[in-house]
Design a protein. Structure first.
Length: 77
């Protein structure tokens, strides 16, 4: 999706730059995003925040059941 109409900058390009560790200021300097009319700045910053390496990532904690203290009886058939 095009985020910055003035400079024809897509969300994919902003995300790619963010994943490479570029700051939003650097993205503005290099790509010109949100430097002309400014209407895209909120959306562009949102994409950058979601994709920046410092963005919080959900951490799922998987609890393992405790090991039995004694072996389970074998099935006898």
């Amino acid at each position: 999706m095009i985020v910055c109409v003035c400079r024809r900058i897509s969300d994919r390009l902003i995300a790619q730059c963010a994943r490479q560790g570029m700051s939003f200021d650097t993205i503005q300097l290099e790509l010109g995003v949100a430097t002309q009319c400014g209407k895209c700045e909120g959306c562009a910053r949102g994409v950058w925040q979601e994709c920046a390496p410092s963005a919080p990532v959900a951490h799922l904690h998987t609890a393992h059941p405790p090991a039995p203290s004694h072996p389970a009886p074998a099935n006898r058939t």
